[in-house]
Write a protein that binds this ligand. Structure first.
Ligand SMILES: Nc1ncnc2c1ncn2[C@@H]1O[C@H](COP(=O)(O)OP(=O)(O)OP(=O)(O)O)[C@@H](O)[C@H]1O
Ligand SMILES: NC(=O)c1ccc[n+]([C@@H]2O[C@H](CO)[C@@H](O)[C@H]2O)c1
Length: 202
């Protein structure tokens, strides 16, 4: 049974969770790992010289635990699905793929800057949206720890630019997605692409 690990990375509020949720319902035998579930507790997040808690850096995340979770899926996708309460709905899925592939979607804003995780992906997507749209969408969001005033311009966006530049300079192979397209357009494009990738490699 073939196993595929798909990364849905990119900028905060680019639409990663929206896309992941739709894909995970449509793809066969599909589990999901969300990077946001691996944030360290607030009291372990350093406060920078700028006065902001440094949420948007690798050290804010327990990346070892995240990699272990992905390894647990690799070792036994069926056990992983059962223990994470995933029920696959065969009747809605593509019968050509259903019995042949197990899929893990890993979704998050900092997937491709951590080598041990980077190397686990079979396919990497990277969603981007421009600054103004990102700031607008982010201002409507309620995180477990709400953004203090100025966090977006003082920390979130500069860290995004820094990590993106790092990723580009290390020539990571990613497929870019335009997060300004409609949710349907993005979903249809990625679903078709995954279907082709799977069928070509089975
Ligand atoms: N293609 C789209 N067009 C317009 N709005 C979108 C699109 N995709 C998602 N959104 C909206 O943008 C906001 C962020 O979406 P989502 O939670 O999927 O992003 P995310 O990348 O997972 O964000 P984060 O990881 O920073 O929490 C939501 O309000 C969502 O409805
Ligand atoms: N999920 C959280 O615990 C949390 C807390 C504080 C900030 N964030 C933000 O989540 C985004 C990634 O999805 C990052 O831009 C963080 O700033 C998340």
């Amino acid at each position: 049974m073939k196993r595929f690990i798909i990364g849905i990375g990119g900028v905060t509020n680019g639409g990663k969770t929206t896309l992941t949720n739709r894909l995970s319902k449509a793809l066969p035998n599909c589990c999901v790992v969300h990077q946001d579930d691996f944030f360290k507790p607030q009291d372990q997040i350093a406060v920078g010289d700028d006065g902001f808690r440094q949420w948007d850096v690798m050290t804010a995340l327990d990346m070892e635990a995240m990699v272990s979770t992905v390894r647990a899926w690799q070792e036994n996708p069926l056990k992983f699905a059962l223990s994470h309460g995933v029920r696959t709905r065969a009747e809605e899925q593509d019968p050509a793929l259903h019995h042949q592939a197990h899929i893990l979607i890993v979704e998050g804003f900092l997937l491709y800057n951590y080598k041990p995780l980077l190397d686990m992906f079979d396919k990497r997507y990277y969603i981007t949206i421009p600054y103004a749209e990102c700031k607008r969408r982010r201002s409507t969001r309620k995180y477990t720890v709400p953004d203090p005033p100025g966090l977006f311009d003082g920390h979130v966006w500069p860290m995004y630019l820094k990590h993106r530049a790092e990723m580009e300079s290390s020539c990571v192979d990613v497929e870019h997605l335009d997060g300004m397209q409609s949710k349907d357009e993005i979903y249809n494009q990625v679903y078709k692409d995954i279907q082709n990738t799977l069928l070509n490699s089975l």
